[in-house]
Ligand binder design. Structure first.
Ligand code: PGA
Length: 250
């Protein structure tokens, strides 16, 4: 079975409840019924409830941008997997490069989050990607492989099929400098080969590209055989632009 394309909007630390509602309402009426592709919105925690309401009855799915690995306890400022389910999220972004770089999240913590998310029925969207210095040093494959390996090795096939991987080269995020479709496809192919090598159902795991995806470059990216969707930051904050990304033509 071919992989269902996934178009996900990562709103980062943007949108008040009113702004999130307007954005989600706009997307619900424009792409709420789109078939043959999954549309996922990841608003900030405070807007999960409002976005849930705005997309009710549509095919759009709700995600959070982060989660803690523990079920409850003295973790001031953190949000548990069960709280996300309670708020209506069905997926969660894990290990985004901003979390890795600015909040010191490491592979072990990300793996624990992934297992906790899976255990409660949340679909993890695990982000991996190299910095510009790592790419210039010829270490892209090594860095990305070790991040994917840490997140995925040892999962059973059923669990692995519920994970989405997002390849997001750090140098392409928020910079307007998109990876070429060839650069992205090369890494996506390598990620899929690694999944195969570690015994996982590689053909069934969606691998999204992220990093300056825009309406004018999404079609080319989506034409590549191992690019199964996009994780979109800046361009997901505007109804027309994100709707065009959802309605990519490959
Ligand atoms: P960008 O962000 O589309 O603004 O580059 C992507 C992301 O960080 O997920």
């Amino acid at each position: 079975m071919p992989r269902t394309p996934v178009l996900a909007g990562n709103w980062k630390m943007h949108c008040t409840i009113a702004e999130a509602t307007a954005l989600a309402d706009g997307l619900a009426s424009k792409v709420g019924r789109v078939e043959g592709r999954r549309v996922i919105l990841a608003p900030p925690f405070t807007a999960l409830g409002a976005v849930r309401k705005a997309i009710e009855g549509t095919r759009i799915e709700l995600a959070a941008q982060n989660v803690h690995d523990q079920a409850k306890g003295a973790f001031t400022g953190e949000i548990s997997p069960a709280m996300l389910v309670d708020a209506g999220a069905t997926s969660v972004i894990l290990g985004h490069s901003e979390r890795r770089a600015l909040f010191d999240e490491g592979d072990d913590f990300i793996r624990r989050k992934l297992e906790s998310a899976l255990a409660i029925g949340l679909g993890p969207i695990v982000c991996v990607g190299e910095t510009l210095a790592q790419r210039d040093d010829g270490r892209t494959l090594a860095v990305v492989s070790s991040q994917v390996d840490a997140a995925m090795r040892g999962l059973d096939a059923t669990a692995a099929r519920r994970v989405i991987i997002a390849y997001e080269p750090v140098w392409a995020i928020g910079t307007g400098r998109v990876a070429t479709r060839e650069q992205a496809q090369e890494v996506h192919g390598q990620i899929r080969a690694l999944l195969q090598e570690i015994g996982l159902p590689a053909a069934d795991v969606p691998i999204l590209y992220g990093g300056s995806v825009k309406p004018d470059n999404v079609d080319g990216l989506m034409a590549e055989p191992d690019i199964d969707g996009a994780l979109v930051g800046g361009a997901s904050l505007e109804v027309e632009g994100f709707a065009r990304i959802v309605e990519y033509r490959a």
